[in-house]
Design a protein around this ligand. Structure first.
Ligand code: SR1
Ligand code: MG
Length: 404
């Protein structure tokens, strides 16, 4: 659709009264889809129409089934049931047009932008950890009837979108296998030496990749970065679950954590006023630790209240399970940090750092941290360990810089 088609479509589907004066604009800024806001000038009412094409917006080389639109629509409906208030309302799905209509959230901001404006979000940690536990714990075998779960696994098989993640997150940043990587040119040689040249790193990434491909642990969002979250100082709404499938829980938790780290690197590189910078970095560090620690606490509480498998009640079983999830999250934190710097799909937090020296330093700090998150993931068991790795990487990069 083009904006005018979205108007015609909204009229034909009866989303607005006959006398509505509709206007439409394309507002998508992701890598894959085109998204239209349709608004009635008379009443001020608006909604969003999202349609899935056969290729990705970022490149026609990605051929992806439009069935992802059904997956996204069904996921958002589930989110409204499992985590009410933390996702947009959805109105209608159209199988023929591969499109759906949903609530317009334009009173909120995309979280990546809010963080780049250095806004504090006082409820984010509580909201996102509730979202994570409600959508993830309650779709595990611990909490669901295993046969109902298996039927859902079938419904959410998502091979095209999984392939994108397998390539862009797991394989290419560490091998440049398809020559699609796009590192910042002044960092290319450093990346070749420190990342492509590290065999031990590749071995650990391989283990994480097989886990992503084979562990149907819970119904994950699959792309939970800060461009998939709308926020303001009161609300949090998760969007864009088109990558959803049954995969490892740590994939979602690690994505949230890594994307807070991009905001941390951006603030460190761009905030001139020292007091304001330190204050904001401290807020982000608390948010990073808070996501890990509040996730653990809420996951255990949900387990102790609602686990239905008889084996789940054994001493230490819940704690072992959640430890494993946090370790997986550390691994994914490292993967997401690396792939957004080295790979094809970048994040604005980093690419918008205009001072080349500062960008170089931010990238190398995060890549040093990424290696530790992947290689030493087993010792990341609480929020303070995640923050310590980030800060140690920062100090190491400062030392390395001084030696040059
Ligand atoms: C071809 S898609 C590139 C990236 O954009 C999406 O949001 C996912 O993060 C994907 O890896
Ligand atoms: Mg997306």
């Amino acid at each position: 659709m083009q904006p005018d088609d979205a108007i015609a479509y909204a009229k034909e589907r009866g989303f607005f009264p006959a006398d509505a004066e509709l206007e439409s604009e394309e507002i998508g800024d992701g890598n894959i889809n085109y998204v239209f806001r349709v608004r009635d000038r008379r009443s001020g009412r608006s909604l969003i129409i999202k349609q899935g094409g056969e290729t990705a917006r970022i490149s026609d080389a990605f051929r992806i089934t439009p069935d992802r639109v059904r997956i996204e629509y069904e996921m958002l409906k589930r989110y409204n049931e499992l985590a009410p208030g933390l996702a947009p309302e959805v109105y209608a799905y159209d199988e023929v047009m591969r499109a759906f209509a949903m609530e317009d959230l334009s009173h909120l901001s995309i979280m990546r932008r809010a963080l780049m404006e250095h806004r504090k979000l006082p409820h984010f940690v509580e909201h996102i950890t509730t979202f994570l536990v409600q959508t993830l714990f309650y779709t595990t075998d611990v909490a669901m009837d295993p046969k109902v779960k298996k039927a859902l696994v079938r419904r959410f098989i998502n091979p095209d979108l999984c392939e994108i993640t397998e390539d862009l997150v797991y394989t290419e940043p560490f091998t440049d296998a398809k020559r699609r990587n796009d590192p910042y040119p002044p960092n290319r040689e450093w990346i070749e030496r420190m990342i492509y040249g590290d065999g031990e790193l590749r071995r650990e990434v391989a283990k994480l990749k097989w886990q992503f491909m084979s562990e149907a642990q819970a119904l994950i969002h699959g792309d939970l970065h800060t461009g998939s979250i709308f926020v303001d100082e009161r609300e949090t709404k998760v969007i864009d679950p088109e990558f959803a499938f049954f995969g490892p829980i740590g994939y979602d938790v690690g994505n949230v954590v890594a994307n807070l780290m991009f905001a941390w690197a951006n603030a460190g590189a761009t905030m001139e006023d020292e007091a304001a910078r330190l204050d904001y970095l401290h807020w982000l560090e608390q948010a990073i630790a808070g996501v890990v620690d509040r996730f653990r606490a809420k996951f255990l509480a949900a387990w102790h209240q609602d686990a239905r498998d008889p084996l789940a009640r054994g001493i230490g079983v819940a704690e072992d399970y959640v430890d494993r999830v946090i370790v997986d999250s550390a691994g994914v934190t490292g993967l997401e940090l690396a792939r957004r710097i080295i790979g094809l799909a970048h994040v604005k937090d980093i690419t918008s750092i205009s001072d080349p020296e500062k960008r170089l330093k931010a990238e190398r700090t995060l890549l040093r941290a990424a290696k530790v998150f992947i290689l030493d993931r087993y010792r990341h068991l609480d929020g303070s360990a995640f923050v310590a790795t980030l800060k140690t990487a920062h100090r190491e990069e400062e030392k390395a810089e001084k030696r040059m």
